[in-house]
Design a binder for this molecule. Structure first.
Ligand SMILES: [Zn+2]
Length: 127
């Protein structure tokens, strides 16, 4: 175990996210007392977001505890702050968007997932 500069605060966020997810998995939609589908969907989206937040907090703690190198926290932080657009090799626009895949214990640096260029839809030709 390394880190420690923030007393492993990421662990509380991570625990909350996984406990919330477990509770939602136990919810039966046919139960008349179950929460609405809208609430369930909102909570599931929050679970995904909190996992990214916990991953960024973990990365920051490891950098500030000198277990990771300088700037190693940047990708995880960007994943929380939103999508990251970059240039398209086809049309030259900045339409290729990368987002982080799901994070979790033992998977603190989830892979980037690349979507087709929003400008040219991957055709390489600007509209
Ligand atoms: Zn393009």
């Amino acid at each position: 175990m390394s880190g420690g500069s923030y007393n492993y605060a990421y662990g509380r966020v991570n625990d909350f996210a996984f406990e919330l997810e477990r509770n939602l998995e136990g919810q039966r939609l046919e139960d008349p007392d179950a929460m609405s589908p809208e609430a369930r969907d909102a909570r599931l989206r929050l679970v995904a977001h909190l996992k990214l937040v916990a991953s960024a907090m973990h990365a920051i703690e490891w950098v500030d505890s000198c277990d990771y190198g300088p700037d190693d926290e940047i990708p995880a932080i960007r994943a929380v702050l939103g999508r990251e657009a970059r240039g398209c090799g086809g049309c030259g626009g900045r339409g290729v968007v990368e987002t982080r895949g799901p994070a979790g214990p033992g998977n603190w640096e989830p892979p980037w997932v690349e979507s087709p260029c929003e400008t040219c839809s991957g055709s390489g030709v600007a509209p």
